[in-house]
Every structure is written in structure tokens, then in C-alpha cells.
Write a protein that binds this ligand. Sequence first.
Ligand code: ADP
Ligand code: TPW
Length: 571
Amino acid sequence: MTSDTQSRDLTDGFHLVIDALKHNDIDTIFGLVGIPITDLARLAQAEGMRFIGFRHEQHAGNAAAIAGYMTKKPGICLTVSAPGFLNGLTALANATTNCFPMILISGSSEREIVDLQQGDYEEMDQLNAAKPFAKAAYRVLHAEDIGIAVARAIRAAVSGRPGGVYLDLPAKLLAQTLDVEQAKKSLVRVVDAAPRQIPATDSVKRALDVLRGAKRPLILLGKGAAYSQADADLRAFVEKTGIPYLPMSMAKGLLPDNHPQSASAARSFVLAEADVVVLIGARLNWLLSHGKGKTWGAPTPKQFIQIDIAPTEIDSNVAIAAPVIGDIGSCVSALLAGIDASFAKPGAEWMGAIAERKDKNLAKMAATLALNPSPMNFHSALRAIRDVLKTRPDINLVNEGANTLDYARSIIDMYEPRKRFDSGTWGIMGIGMGYAIGAAVTSGKPVVAIEGDSAFGFCGMELETICRYELPVCTVVFNNNGVYRGTDVNPTGGKDPSPTAFVKGARYDKMIEAFGGIGHNATTPEELTTALLEAIASGKPTLINAVIDETAGTESGRLTNLNPQSAAKKK
Ligand code: ADP
Ligand code: TPW
């Protein structure tokens, strides 16, 4: 080294990545260390960021994604090359599918060797592998470009329709040195990362005209509405128009589920009977039967008003009479401005018919919930959890499984926005522990994760992460001995269990005890209530093994219609 370089103050790629994130107020990284990013994780911690280390990258990625959904800032996931990257990629793809902003940052091997396919340690062309699953993917080759690359990744993740962004950092880049002054100048602070997108006035007028012509209007709130954080305007829009509304699962709590205008308990009725439907941040995908068919009361003519930030979402499945393109906050406030005293609220006939269905369905559900079968079934266990959670509306709820998801969604009311996190657009299993950790770290509030036993199996090792960081997460495993239910047998009479069966009577509560957490085995609603109350009061990592009747579930939960069955099955 010459005396000149010795006297110059140098920084390097490692520092620049951390500086660039901090420069944009990003304070947490979810990840898993190894070559070449171990020092990056160490440095993040040393520089005052929070580094949450996971046992598998998929769950670190899921934590980052849910943090992004909760905050409108991209969650960051850091992984090693090839296999670590691929493990994280599932989460990146899931984030993109769900419109959650996150950035997957992965170390990668030497470009020269990767591109000539000469067989480097963990060799892989990660950038190209990421592209189909990400909203955007970038690689940085020069330390002086780190600042602009991080800025670009942040903007790509949160602007327009949010999604997952991949940032590829080759090992050599991290060690590259740069003059401190030059490095400082290379940092970029993103200005207005997700600019408001104001809807065109004629589109707002068109939507209001369609709405004024409605006899049986319905508002459908999706997780895009929850994400937008336009809570007050959304509530004002629902209440000023007097229109009944349905929340999609993650939009539950945007208005409290016990709101008089909630039509959740009359869902099938309103979907079939409504004549004008206002979609706010909800896609007409499989979760809404693509906007057509029996669910929608075909051939009843329906008109859709759709508010979305992505113009290409419009007319995806059915014709949209009035698209309103922009960010939900701006669109809803523009619509609100057009709702004056002359706006006629929906008539007594429509509201009365909904109230009648609601009362009937709620009474039926109350009767089912009041039963106390032994062993517990989904309903009696969920009644116990519902009654506890009613007293703590601030608690985050994570939920996955098939029956466990379907029943919990309808039985457990939410009272605050962005508190329910579930299998989402893909109906994916395994998000539970990652979302729970992400939600606990991001909100500082307790989390209750209601997990099917199969769903829990995809992510169960993260119990150690929960215990290590002493997170206030209570996991309730609905243990019915299998995928969907526990009763299937091998038709050949052979020794192998059926494809859907698990070990009978497993004690998931013992797993958390291995890491110093608290385990409970609950066989009655009373035991479940006591254990849950204790977990919430203590804030200690807890797992409750809730023993559920193995005959109680149905195959695929409520998705039986999507589950092809062999016609030749029964001979
Ligand atoms: P759900 O599953 O709850 O029905 P989806 O994930 O299908 O909801 O739909 C969310 C929609 O919200 C997406 O089409 C997305 O483009 C849109 N979206 C997300 N954020 C915003 C926003 N800030 N403003 C407007 N639309 C948004
Ligand atoms: C990544 C397929 C859908 S639901 C489910 C599986 C395996 C588990 C259902 O059993 P569980 O719940 O969790 O015990 P319950 O209440 O019915 O008893 N792999 C992935 N995602 C999905 N969706 C599957 C497989 C599936």
C-alpha cells in the first residue's frame, strides 16, 4: 500500500449496503448468514440495525414481506447464494403475488465463474432465476452503485402495485473499497417512494354515476385497501354511502367486524344479489370466483366499479363498468367528495333482506359454536380463542391451514386494521411462523398464530427463533393428526400411513419446551382459554397443542370444488 492510500479514509461494499439502507430509514433485516454475507449481518447489528436471524430463509422472507405490508416500507430479507437465495425466492414470489413490498438481498458467487459455468461454490445465475418471480431484479457490480441500486429497489418495491424486488450482491462487490467522501456522495435518499396517484376526474364521475344508479350496492374491501392505510376515508366512504360491505380476509378489521354495515354473515347472499359492486383493492381472482358464475348469481347483470393502482388489473376476468385508477387514498377521497346530501343510501328492501340473512346465519352459527363436543372440534376451540381475542383487539392474528383457516376466518372477528395475516392469494402453507415473527418485531405487540398441524409443520423450526428473540408469540396448533383430517388409512392395508396422515397424538407443545418456551396441551375449550390467557399475559413464547377431533375437518376445507378427484377411485 502506498502512503497515499494508507492516509485516505476508505469504506467498502459491506458498509455501503448498510449505510444505504439506514439512509432510507430501514432499521431491520430478516435473514440467515453464511458466505458471503455473514459480515454484512454482523455489521448491520454493529451499526444499530436489528438483525433477526432465522433457521430457514423462506421464513425470513415471509417476515420481511409481512413487515412490508404492515408499514408500506419494503421489508428486507438477506440470504446467502444459490440454495439460500432459492429458499428466499419462495417468499419473494409470495410477496409479489400478494402485492407486499419486500427486497430480497442475496450474496452471489463470482460472476466470471458463474457466467462461464466453471463451477463456483454455490454457483447460480440468481438474477435471471429471480426475474419471473419478482417485480424487479437488479445486480450491483460496483460499490459506487450500491446507493442508487438500493434506492431503485426501494422505489420498485413500494411504488404503484407493491411487490418483491431482488437485489444481487456478488461477493467481490462487498469487499470493494471506496473513498469515504465519494461513498457518502453515492448514497441516495428516495424522495416520495410511492407517489400519490390521483384518479382522473372523469373516472370518478363515471363511478359515482354507476353507484347512484344502484339498487343493491355492495362494497368489497381487499387487502390492497388495508395496505393503503386510508383507514379514515374508507370508513367514511362506507358510512356516508350507507352501503353494506364485505371484507376479504386480510381486510377484516379495516372496519370492526361487528360494524352494522358488515355483510360478512350474509356473504353468499350479497355476492349473488348485488347489482353494483365497488371493488376497493381486491382482485377478481379465484378468491372471488373470478367475478362470475354461481357465486355471483349469474345471470343477474352486475356492474363493477373497481379501484386499483394497477390499470392492467381492470377487465382481468369480467368487464369493469367504471375503473378508477389511482392509489386508494386518493381515489376514495375523490369519491367521498362526490357523496353529498343528495346521495340516496340503499333502500330498506336491500338492507332488510341482508339483515334477515345475517340474523338467520348468525343464529345458526351461535348454536354450532355453543356445542361442547369431546374431543374439541374446530368450532368449540375457535369459540374459546374468539372470546379471549375479543378483549384484546390490538393483538396480531396469523392464520393458516385448510379447515383451521376457513373456520377461524369466519369465527374470529377483527376490530383493527392490518392485524390479520393469512395464507393470502396463493393459499400457501408455511407463512405462519415467518409472519408471526415479522408481525411481532414490527408492531412490538403480541401475536396469536392459529395453525393447522400440517401448516405448522412447514415452519415449526422457527419456534427456536421466537424463543431466541423472546417474542410474544403464542402459537396454537390445531392438531387433528393430519392434512385436513386424521382419519385416512392406507387402502392396501400396508404399513405406510396414508398420504394425509401424521403421527397420532403428537405433542407439538413439547417442541417449544426444547428451546425454553412454554408448552400447553389443551383438550377442552376451558384449558385452551386458560393457556391462551396465560400466554398473552406473560408475553412469553408459548405453544398450545389444541387437540381437535380427527374426524372434524373436510378435505381441502372450503376448496372442495378446486380439488380434482379421481373418477376411477371407487371401483
Ligand atoms: P384480496 O386478496 O384481499 O382480495 P388482492 O391482493 O387480490 O386482495 O388485491 C389487492 C389489490 O390492491 C391489487 O390489485 C393491488 O394492485 C391493489 N393495491 C395495492 N395497494 C394499493 C394502493 N395503495 N392503492 C390502490 N390499489 C392498491
Ligand atoms: C406450500 C396444500 C393446502 S391446505 C394444507 C396443505 C398441505 C394443509 C391442511 O392441513 P392443516 O389444516 O394445516 O392441518 P386443517 O385445519 O385442514 O387440519 N404446500 C404448500 N401450500 C399448500 N397450500 C399446500 C401444500 C395444502
